[in-house]
Ligand binder design. Structure first.
Ligand code: GUN
Ligand code: ZN
Length: 444
């Protein structure tokens, strides 16, 4: 048995808070103990109480920093590490001009392995302990990501994209091979370590109707797996989809008629929705995913968070790197705040930090394991320093409340505000400093 006791300020959410006065929605402790036993949170509470339960455990003192559940990123593209910050295009030109050519490089397993290690180092450096990732069309890319996540005992949800048309040579599967390769990856990786397989038809434009039919069949055969794709991100994308699927009632119907919608379905972007599509989201329990830095970068549009919430639809929030411009969920919340401001909507910092942790975990159906610091949760923890930069330190001097401090982290924070990250109870951020990159120690 291995035990570690962390000491610091602690914030964890029990449900979505309306604002800071909604104190039953969260626990905040000024001097907390967090006991980790064999990669799982064994106890949290006032430091003295938890210390009494584990008098021999070595203590790591993070005071005055703030311990929180590790961030959960519900939509990101692992093969886009080297296309982030590509200039001047909207979605379809960006895909054709930058992204598809880049993803062809993932036919090479050595490239996949190098990028998987770098990708997970980046997630950890930014405080993200679970991600839901698109891989490239090549099984090798999913293999590399799952293998590297397993090596770090990191909870990873991912799938190879299925795409059998409207993509260059070297980046297409077929309806049959996409099904077969996905099924083989499910058999090999789903539930192995902390990995979960996500059935991943990339989007309507790059799949034939036959491929979407087979993706739906795969989802029916594997109800334990999530499904992810893209929906209504860009006007030209929507118009092209309507041409390709003239029989569909709307964009979402392309997925709905193929059995791809349910509570385990994640739909990236979901910006330009018709009333019937919103009804269908509410009825099926599928989850839109808000990707603010990406939506601003590609000029895609403004996600109607309040409109969807009003219909009882639970959305995720995510980076969408490489159209997204930061790995940081803090920066994602920052840009999310601004996207909502442009629509007269609000993103209170208490709700923002709930969203990036427990809220996203609930969207994934994993709130019993990640997204909180409750006893029994997996020990994925981010330690935040709200005075990480000179500018933040000066501003934090004038912060009078927890909500103010959180808002400073949300607006000004990035990887520098992430002092440490624990993945399954092992400190990983210091181990991932640039000089040590790609030399991560094996999990104990
Ligand atoms: N739609 C289909 N593929 C992609 C992608 O890689 N990024 C984004 N932002 N949208 C997509
Ligand atoms: Zn995406």
């Amino acid at each position: 048995m291995t035990e570690t006791l962390l000491r610091g300020r602690l914030l964890t959410f029990h449900r979505e808070p309306a604002d800071q006065t909604d104190t039953e929605a969260y626990t905040y402790l000024e001097d907390a103990g967090l006991l980790i036993r064999d990669g799982v949170i064994a106890a949290t509470g006032p430091f003295a109480d938890v210390r009494a339960q584990a008098p021999e455990a070595p203590v790591t003192d993070h005071r005055p920093h703030l311990m929180m559940a590790g961030f959960v990123d519900t939509h990101i593209h692992f093969p886009q590490v080297q296309v982030i910050a590509s200039w001047g295009a909207q979605l379809l030109d960006w895909l054709n001009g930058y992204t598809f050519p880049e993803e062809t490089r993932f036919a090479d397993p050595a490239h996949c392995a190098r990028m998987a290690s770098a990708f997970l180092d980046l997630l950890i450096a930014h405080g993200t302990t679970t991600a839901v990732s698109f891989c490239s069309v090549h099984s090798e890319s999913a293999e590399a990501l799952f293998a590297e996540a397993a090596r770090r005992d990191m909870r990873m949800l991912a799938g190879k994209v299925m795409m059998d048309r409207n993509a260059p040579d070297g980046l297409r599967d077929t309806a049959q091979s996409g099904y077969d390769d996905s099924k083989a990856l499910i058999d090999r990786w789903h539930g192995r370590g902390r990995n979960g397989y996500v059935i991943t038809p990339r989007f309507a434009i790059t799949s034939t109707p036959e491929q979407l039919r087979m993706a739906g069949a795969l989802a029916a055969e594997h109800p334990e797996c999530h499904v992810q794709t893209h929906l209504s991100e860009n006007r030209a994308e929507i118009a092209y989809t309507a041409e390709l699927y003239p029989e569909a009632r709307d964009y979402l119907d392309v997925y709905q008629r193929n059995g791809l919608l349910g509570p385990k379905t994640l739909l990236g972007h979901a910006i330009h929705l018709e009333p019937r599509e919103i009804d269908a989201l509410a009825e099926t329990g599928a989850h839109p995913v808000f990707c603010p830095t990406s939506n601003l970068f590609l000029g895609s549009g403004l996600f109607d968070d309040a409109g969807l919430r009003q219909r009882g639809i639970a959305s995720g929030i995510a980076t969408d790197v490489g159209a997204g411009t930061s790995y940081s969920m803090l920066q994602t919340l920052n840009e999310g705040y601004k996207v909502l401001q442009l629509q007269g909507q609000a993103l209170h910092p208490m709700r923002a930090f709930h969203w990036a942790t427990r809220g996203n975990a609930e969207v994934l159906g994993l709130a019993d394991r990640i997204g909180t610091l409750d006893a029994g949760s997996e020990a994925d923890i981010v330690v935040l320093d709200s005075a990480a930069t000179e500018a933040m330190a000066l501003r934090t001097e004038r912060a009078g409340t927890l909500a103010e401090e959180l808002f400073i982290l949300q607006v000004m924070g990035c990887d520098r505000a992430v002092a440490e990250v624990y993945v399954s109870g092992t400190a990983r951020k210091r181990a991932a400093r640039p000089k040590d990159r790609h030399l991560m120690p094996e999990p104990a």
